[in-house]
Write a protein of this length. Structure first.
Length: 255
C-alpha cells in the first residue's frame, strides 16, 4: 500500500463525554465480569476518525484468553442490556466482537464468542485500521503486539464482503451504502483501506461530479440533516450508484 498522510486519529479524551462514559462503563463491566480471562479491548471505526462529526455506534473488539463460559456469555449480554438502558443514546449502539486471543493472532476470520454463528469477515480491514493507529486501547497491549499485518489479498477479500453487505442493504440504509461505496472505490483505487467514510465521500465529490447531489444527500442524511428531497434521491439513485461503483472496481481489478 502506498504512503499517504493520515490525519491524527482521536484519542480517548477527544471523544464526546457521553461516549467516554459508556466506554469506561463497558471496560469496567467487562473487567468485573471476565476477570483474568479478559486480554484486551480495542475501539476502532468512525469514532476514531477526527473528520467524523457524529458517532453513530461504538465499534470494538474484546479479546479473551479462553472460550467464554455459559455464565460469562450471559453476563456479557446482561452488561450490554444494562448499558443500553442506562445510556440510551450511545449505549444501545455497542457493536462489539468477542474473540479468542488465539484467533486474534491469526489471519482467518475469528468466531464471535458470545454469538458463535457469527464470524468477522471484515477481520483484515479491522486489523489494518487498528495497526495503523486508528484504534483506542481501552485495556490490554498495543494492537501491533496482538494483530497480524493483513496482506492485500486479505484486504481485497474483506472489501468484497463489504460489497456484498452493501448490496443486501441498498434499500434499507441508502445513505450508509452510498458513503461506503465511496470508501470501497477509494480503497481499490488507492490500495489504502484506512480511510473514513467522510474522507472517501469528499474524494468522490472531487472526482465524480455526476454523483455530487447523491453523495451530498448521503452526507446530510448521516449528519441527521436529511430533507424529503434527499430521501427521494437516495431511494431512487442508490442502486444505480452501486452498479456504477461496481463497474469502476471491475475496471480497476482487470488492469
Amino acid at each position: 500500500m502506498h504512503d499517504r498522510d493520515l490525519s491524527t486519529p482521536r484519542r480517548f479524551n477527544d471523544l464526546p463525554q457521553d461516549v467516554q462514559t459508556v466506554c469506561t462503563a463497558l471496560r469496567d463491566g467487562l473487567r468485573a465480569t471476565l476477570n483474568d480471562n479478559l486480554y484486551g479491548i480495542y475501539l476502532y471505526g468512525a469514532m476514531v476518525f477526527p473528520d467524523m462529526k457524529d458517532i453513530h455506534d461504538i465499534d470494538f473488539h474484546a479479546v479473551v484468553k479462553r472460550p467464554l463460559t455459559t455464565r460469562e456469555k450471559t453476563e456479557v449480554r446482561q452488561l450490554h442490556k444494562e448499558l443500553a438502558e442506562e445510556y440510551p443514546v450511545v449505549g444501545d449502539d455497542l457493536d462489539g466482537w468477542y474473540i479468542l486471543l488465539n484467533d486474534a493472532q491469526r489471519v482467518s476470520p475469528p468466531q464471535h464468542q458470545v454469538y458463535p454463528d457469527l464470524f468477522d469477515n471484515s477481520w483484515a480491514l479491522h486489523r489494518a485500521h487498528m495497526r495503523a493507529g486508528y484504534c483506542i486501547v481501552l485495556y490490554g497491549p498495543e494492537p501491533d503486539q496482538v494483530f497480524p499485518v493483513p496482506a492485500w489479498s486479505e484486504l481485497m477479500a474483506g472489501l468484497e464482503n463489504e460489497r456484498i453487505y452493501i448490496e443486501r442493504h441498498l434499500s434499507g440504509y441508502p445513505d450508509y451504502c452510498v458513503l461506503n461505496l465511496c470508501r470501497l472505490l477509494y480503497s481499490y483505487k488507492t490500495k489504502e483501506v484506512v480511510v473514513s467514510k467522510y474522507t472517501a465521500a469528499k474524494w468522490a465529490l472531487d472526482n465524480f461530479n455526476t454523483w455530487r447531489t447523491l453523495i451530498e444527500a448521503a452526507l446530510r442524511s448521516y449528519a441527521g440533516e436529511i430533507s424529503e428531497e434527499d430521501k427521494r434521491l437516495l431511494e431512487s439513485e442508490t442502486e444505480r450508484f452501486y452498479h456504477f461503483i461496481c463497474n469502476m472496481i471491475e475496471d480497476i481489478n482487470t488492469v
